[in-house]
Design a binder for this molecule. Structure first.
Ligand SMILES: Cc1cc2nc3c(=O)[nH]c(=O)nc-3n(C[C@H](O)[C@H](O)[C@H](O)COP(=O)(O)OP(=O)(O)OC[C@H]3O[C@@H](n4cnc5c(N)ncnc54)[C@H](O)[C@@H]3O)c2cc1C
Length: 499
């Protein structure tokens, strides 16, 4: 039987591999890092678990499409999906505003709270939520009665600017900041953001937020079990160095000089990285330069720290904290602006399951937008030869973030002990993410992300840059890729009918 090779073992690679293996294909997953999981990998410091790329997600409620997908694959019984409780919320501290805003994961509760907080803006609030819901009623991933093909074909034509929409609703900068908050979850500055993409991401969180016991790692482990059940193989420490063709179509890959045969290949890393692996004669120069010039989502500074036991357990368990400037967030314009003016997110995914509560201290993650150019003097370094200056830079970053957290949310957070610090270089080197981008290529005004088909027969794309970002976006992108390979509407029918 001919073999299908999947490059990358993040949620995209695991999902597309599981779908194809379930469909009867012989599947081999190749992952360059020693452990599978990509951004979903969970690591430990002083026994405290930390998630890299999974803090919370929407779309895992009963009947939601990602839940159906997990049920279809057999993943659902292997993971404990936990909804945030009724009082769980995003806690927004807008600079200069006395009252925090509680952004609940519920349309009715969020609407009621915003109307209390912004009594003069009732019309803007109603209109914002009505438009988001109208858009999502036309998206098959939310309205399961719809076919997928027309939606996917129309994606390129729906570029309406989010910023103009927000301006049409209100001039209240604090309310605009609340509406714009989900841009942080797909990494596009408001001036570049598309209304349809915003709606797609925001709606999922306004419908409900979820976590999985054991974090992103539990999602990975469940997929690995399913792959084993379907007879698929996963090889780690296997970096694909070249995609080989026989002059007509893909014939395999090179890993450490070894040829591994495969007649179909799905590349789930960043699309720009694919270009250097193939025989470019198959592609038009315009396609090659389009992929090379894709603009990327923001990068981040990430601090993985520890608070003394009991310091903030309750506060952190079912809330994410955001400190943000009023007005739309311009992640890419903060070069030179004071760190205190940047957004900061504080979250503790590990506090949401029993594993970490017994670890003697609380794990806290701080995330702040970072720009690739801020790291210019360290770009040439690798994890093996980082300089002392880089170490000092990371210490400075950590101190700034802790200071910001303590000033915003209380002195107790000043006692945070940094256990690890990530920078754009970390994301570049650990996730193979160009410019350390956290969510891949931007879905934004004026940019057309590549589709899953390529002109090299047998070569397909998947991953967070091909349909949508985030755990849900990447998993659904994998569904689209597997569907394009095996029959899109047939697979869509099977998954959406899965009760
Ligand atoms: C800091 C941070 C916070 C986030 N928070 C959230 C959140 O709270 N909720 C949410 O839904 N999403 C979040 N995300 C986004 C989410 O994690 C990603 O969108 C998603 O996990 C991407 O999955 P992927 O499979 O497309 O890519 P990845 O997980 O990056 O997987 C790609 C894999 O391909 C491998 N690879 C690349 N090139 C090769 C090669 N040549 N050979 C072999 N292997 C290769 C890489 O090593 C990697 O393992 C966050 C991301 C980050 C970075």
């Amino acid at each position: 039987m001919s073999r299908t090779v999947v490059v990358g073992s993040g949620i995209s690679g695991l999902t597309v591999a599981a779908l194809l293996a379930k469909a009867g294909r012989q599947v081999l997953v190749l992952e360059k890092k020693p452990l599978a999981g990509g951004a979903l990998h969970r690591f430990k410091r002083r026994k405290i678990p930390f998630d890299v790329g999974f803090h919370y997600t929407g779309n895992l409620g009963p009947g939601d499409i990602t839940r159906r997908l997990w049920r279809y694959l057999g993943v659902e019984p292997l993971v404990a999906i936990t909804p945030f409780p009724r009082d769980g919320h995003d806690h927004l501290q807008i600079h200069g505003r006395a009252q925090p805003v509680q952004a609940s994961f519920s349309y009715p509760r969020l609407t009621a709270h915003l109307k209390e907080q912004f009594p003069a803006e009732q019309g803007a609030i109603d209109r914002y939520f009505a438009v988001i819901q109208e858009i999502c009623a036309q998206i098959p991933f939310y309205n399961l009665d719809l076919p997928l093909t027309p939606f996917l074909q129309g994606m390129a034509s729906r570029h309406l600017p989010l910023a103009a929409f927000l301006d049409s609703l209100t001039s209240n900068q604090e309310l605009q900041a609340v509406f714009a908050l989900p841009t942080f979850l797909y990494g596009v500055p408001v001036s570049r953001a598309r209304l349809d993409v915003h709606a797609m991401v925001a709606h999922s969180y306004y419908m409900g937020a979820y976590t999985v016991a054991g974090g992103g790692q539990a999602i990975v482990d469940a997929h690995l079990k399913i792959l084993a059940r379907y007879g698929a193989e996963v090889r780690t420490s296997a970096a694909v160095e070249a995609i080989v063709d026989d002059g007509r179509r893909v014939s395999g890959v090179l890993v450490d000089g070894e040829f591994i045969a495969g007649t179909d290949l799905i590349f789930t890393g960043h699309p720009t990285a694919m270009i250097d692996l193939v025989n470019r004669d198959f592609f038009r120069p315009a396609y090659t330069s389009r992929l090379r010039e894709l603009e990327n989502t923001m990068s981040m500074y990430a601090l993985f720290g520890r608070l003394p036991a009991g310091a903030a357990q309750e506060a952190l368990q079912w809330r994410n904290y955001y400190s943000l400037p009023p007005g739309p967030a311009e992640f890419h314009d903060f070069m030179g602006c004071s760190p205190a003016q940047r957004q900061l997110m504080m979250s503790s995914p590990g506090a949401r399951d029993s594993q970490s509560l017994s670890a003697g201290g609380e794990g806290v993650i701080l995330l702040a937008p970072a720009h690739w150019q801020e790291m210019a003097r360290f770009h040439d370094s690798t994890p093996r030869n980082r300089s002392a200056a880089y170490g000092a830079f990371k210490e400075e970053v950590a101190a700034r973030m802790i200071d910001h957290a303590a000033r915003t949310w209380g002195a107790a957070y000043g006692a945070m002990e940094p256990l690890a610090v990530g920078t754009p270089l970390t994301f570049r080197d650990e996730l193979s993410a160009p410019q350390g981008s956290c969510y891949g290529a931007m879905y934004c005004l004026g940019q057309y992300n590549p589709g899953v088909r390529t002109r090299l027969p047998g070569l397909w794309l998947s991953g967070q840059s091909t349909l949508m970002t985030g755990v849900v976006g990447a998993a659904l992108g994998a569904l689209v890729t597997a569907g394009e390979m095996t029959g899109l509407e047939g697979l869509w029918e099977e998954v959406r009918q899965c009760p």
